[in-house]
Design a protein around this ligand. Structure first.
Ligand SMILES: [Zn+2]
Length: 156
């Protein structure tokens, strides 16, 4: 990540007990993050709420992201508003330690379930990619502009 992260978790604030973080998901950020996908940002943006705690050098992040997005209706292709709510669980490990350990995951250490594992650099865990992926995962497979969408009307 070349620029400074939109959703930074500073490690210096963390301990084993955990700390709550709240971020606004700005429409401007969403627009950039969703570029190249079918989803578009709405003016409403979204919210990111996570709890982060240290576990040795690892950081356990749990929470959820919500956002109002617009995607093409799968029947009529008109813009359909969707409310995305996606749970986020991730284990952030120092990039240095990730490089060495092959694909071995978890082992005997306390395993936070099937959490994703991301790498962090320095003193900050950036949640940007995670938030983007979570939002894309949270988009319904078959979004509809309305329950009764009749689909594309021939000849109209
Ligand atoms: Zn529709």
């Amino acid at each position: 990540m070349p620029s400074s992260p939109e959703f930074p978790i500073p490690l210096q604030d963390l301990d084993a007990g955990g700390k709550q973080f709240h971020f606004s998901v700005r429409p401007a950020w969403l627009r950039g993050a969703l570029e190249g996908t079918e989803a578009q940002a709405s003016d409403a943006g979204g919210e990111l709420d996570v709890r982060a705690s240290m576990n040795g050098a690892d950081v356990v992040v749990r929470g959820s992201v919500t956002a109002e997005l617009t995607v093409p209706c799968s029947r009529c292709l008109e813009p359909a508003p969707v409310s995305v709510h996606e749970e986020i669980t991730v284990l952030a490990v120092p990039r240095a330690s990730m490089r060495g350990s092959s694909s071995k995951k978890g082992e005997d250490a306390e395993d936070p379930g099937d959490a994703d594992v991301i790498a962090y650099d320095g003193e900050i865990v950036a949640l940007d990619d995670l938030v983007r992926d979570g939002l894309l995962l949270g988009i319904p497979m078959i979004p509809l502009c309305s329950e009764g969408c009749p689909g594309i009307r021939p000849g109209s």
